[in-house]
Design a protein around this ligand. Structure first.
Ligand SMILES: CC[C@@H](C(=O)O)C(=O)SCCNC(=O)CCNC(=O)[C@H](O)C(C)(C)COP(=O)(O)OP(=O)(O)OC[C@H]1O[C@@H](n2cnc3c(N)ncnc32)[C@H](O)[C@@H]1OP(=O)(O)O
Ligand code: CO
Length: 134
């Protein structure tokens, strides 16, 4: 079902400082920050030859990454995102197999303008999984 690794996401407290670290210290190609109110995060993408890194900073009072940063004050790897061909079919198959799809179960439009869904970390070896339609 899953295809390419689309991105690895890192939660950070200060997206400006984290962007500078990747740009200046690691010499990476770093995008401008984008506020995504519907997702409760500000996001920056770092383009690598074979995948992307997504830096996430909390946005708003109900940010889904706020609790994660309370538990991990230095930041840390928050989720991995795999591409799937058909996100509705993937959701239905995963639900049948007992995996928990987070939220309403209806895909939201993610940072790349494509439908995304999240799967509960307790069902995937302690790792929050995002699916993005390719
Ligand atoms: C930029 C847009 C988009 C894109 O296009 O790429 C994004 O990536 S948006 C990214 C942010 N959005 C989300 O994370 C949405 C999905 N997340 C959620 O629904 C919740 O955050 C959650 C995963 C259900 C966690 O809920 P929360 O209330 O924050 O925490 P809990 O304490 O209830 O967590 C329960 C349990 O799970 C562990 N946990 C939580 N987050 C993670 C994580 N990122 N990785 C691994 N494990 C995680 C948490 O520690 C709890 O475990 P116990 O302490 O053992 O109970
Ligand atoms: Co993501």
């Amino acid at each position: 079902m899953i295809g390419r690794l689309n991105h690895v996401a890192i939660a950070v407290r200060d997206i400006g400082a984290a962007s500078q670290l990747y740009r200046n210290t690691l010499g990476a190609d770093v995008s401008a920050p984008e506020a995504l109110a519907e997702h409760g995060v500000t996001v920056v993408f770092i383009t690598l030859p074979n995948t992307k890194i997504e830096l996430l900073e909390p946005l708003g009072a109900d940010s889904p990454i706020a609790k994660f940063l309370e538990k991990n004050p230095d930041g840390g790897i928050h989720h991995i995102c795999y591409e799937v061909e058909d996100i509705g079919a993937a959701r239905d198959q995963l639900t049948k197999s007992g995996a928990r799809v987070l939220g309403s179960g209806e895909p939201k439009i993610g940072a790349h303008g494509k439908p995304v869904l999240f799967l509960h970390p307790k069902d995937f070896n302690g790792t929050l999984v995002e699916l993005e339609q390719a």
